[in-house]
Design a protein around this ligand. Structure first.
Ligand SMILES: [Zn+2]
Length: 198
């Protein structure tokens, strides 16, 4: 089967809002006994401190996705530092946890072969590993969520990497994704994947 002896980590970007979608996603993860990664925005952590704590209290990883979602590859080093450091500080202040990973918005400056030197320097200063993803669900594209069209695209991506054994699957905190997550998790398990802890 597609996922035999292969592991997946589920990850969610751009939260912690909207809170209703987050709560639904957290409920689904709890019911399926899955721990995931959440790459949150500093500005949203400031707006939704309770939601931020919910992620951590339920045993998930919380990580840095910048303060305001700019293309970090186009920012000055000073701006990159401000975006990442403020986010480190507010996440720690609100949740007690200091992130260890940064996923740059749009993956900009974060992919091997395209690393942005300013981002690399600042990430190193802040002891942050720069990470991207392996499977892009495109859950934000219309029709939003993880419907059959998206599932076919996801299956195709797995098929194109036959020798890879571990995958980070990118999703977003969206109502459509929250709605479709239970059936998506069932599908991943039908394909034979093990859903692993981050
Ligand atoms: Zn994002």
């Amino acid at each position: 089967m597609l996922g035999d002896e292969k592991r997946i980590v589920l990850s969610f970007d751009d939260g912690p809002g909207p809170v209703s979608a987050l709560e639904s996603i957290l409920g689904t993860l709890r019911e399926n006994d899955i721990k995931a990664e959440f790459y949150v925005l500093g500005d949203e952590v400031r707006q939704f401190p309770e939601a931020t704590r919910m992620i951590v209290d339920q045993g998930h990883d919380i990580q840095n996705h910048s303060w305001s979602h700019p293309n970090l590859a186009q920012e000055t080093e000073e701006e990159v530092r401000r975006e990442l450091e403020r986010t480190q500080d507010i996440i720690e202040e609100v949740s007690g946890v200091r992130p260890t990973k940064i996923r740059p918005p749009y993956g900009a400056g974060g992919f091997r072969g395209h690393l942005d030197p300013e981002l690399v320097r600042v990430a190193e200063e802040l002891s942050l590993a720069i990470v991207t993803w392996d499977i892009d669900t495109e859950d934000w594209k219309a029709p939003q969520g993880l419907g059959e069209e998206k599932i076919a695209y996801i299956e195709e991506q797995f098929t194109q990497m036959p020798r890879k054994v571990s995958f980070n699957v990118l999703m977003h905190i969206l109502a459509g994704t929250a709605r479709d997550l239970p059936s998506f998790i069932s599908r991943l398990r039908e394909w034979g994947f093990t859903i692993a802890e981050p």
